[in-house]
Design a protein around this ligand. Sequence first.
Ligand SMILES: [Zn+2]
Length: 121
Amino acid sequence: MKRNDLILIIVIVVLGIGALLFINFTKESGSKVGVTVKQEEIASFALDEDIVYTIEGENGAWNTFEIKDGYVNMIDASCPDKLCVSQSKIHYDHETIVCLPNQVVLEIIGGEVNPIDSIAN
Ligand SMILES: [Zn+2]
């Protein structure tokens, strides 16, 4: 093995470790989504874990949401208006998805500050 090759390998390894550290550093820790049904928080889920979860309500009401890549999206629901499903996905601190008929609220807790908000303020 030539000396230059060895240096190149070391540089690649160091860059790789640096990139990993950078990714871990920039990742939001402690961000979660709180699930509230009838003004009572029933569960919360970390945003860094991809899941699909169905909230079971009264009288056969249900809402299914997914967490993917740190974003929360209502993907289906039993409510007649489906307004919650058509709401855009949420990611930033205090953003919510509300299903009025089923009295379900999904809210981001401890998430990233919305860059649009911080400019406005
Ligand atoms: Zn709904």
